[in-house]
Design a protein around this ligand. Structure first.
Ligand code: ZN
Length: 180
């Protein structure tokens, strides 16, 4: 099974400084923002090649990212690998004795299936596995969104949500993915 890097989640303390760094130093722009008030987090997606950076801003000190920042400070929070068959991937890592946060996949953004592997079983990094939803006609959603909006950095989500807006289309992933 081959896994493809989907995105890297980074907890940031000062969003403005982080955005300045990526935008002005490296020319990377935010292409979509998603807020999950129930988790006290706002996620900003920056396209980097075929993958994205996900800057995670805490909007509440008591949410998962707020607590993470208080405990560890800014830094790498998780990385997300896309797989064709998430159940097969979970079986494979479980067979190796890995500690899973989710033994069964659950629904993430855009109908994707997601599951987290505990950092203690992934060399110190929280790893999210993700399987994108297949369309009834078998076409890949991501490929489709690239055709419709080739400049669009965030695939389907960004295609449906103008850059910089929040609310509609918020990624349910953070609501469930950031407990440790
Ligand atoms: Zn993420």
């Amino acid at each position: 099974m081959k896994a493809i890097l989907d995105h890297v989640g980074i907890a940031v303390g000062d969003l403005g400084e982080a955005l300045d760094f990526y935008r002005e130093a490296l020319g990377i722009e935010v292409e979509a923002t998603e807020e999950v008030p129930s988790q006290g987090v706002r996620a900003h997606f920056l396209r980097v090649g075929s993958a994205s950076l996900e800057l995670l801003e805490a909007t509440s000190e008591s949410g998962p990212i707020g607590r993470y920042l208080a405990r560890r400070g800014p830094g790498l929070h998780h990385l997300t690998l896309r797989v064709d068959d998430i159940r097969a991937a979970l079986r494979a890592v479980a067979a190796r004795g890995a500690k899973l946060i989710d033994t069964e996949p659950r629904e993430g953004a855009e109908g994707a299936l997601v599951a987290f592997i505990h950092p203690s079983s992934a060399h110190g990094v929280l790893v999210e596995l993700k399987q994108e939803r297949a369309r009834p006609d078998g076409r890949d959603l991501r490929a489709d969104s690239r055709e419709l909006a080739p400049q669009n950095a965030n695939g389907v989500r960004a295609a449906e949500q103008a850059p910089g807006t929040v609310g509609a289309g918020a990624d349910p992933e953070p609501a469930t993915g950031w407990r440790r």
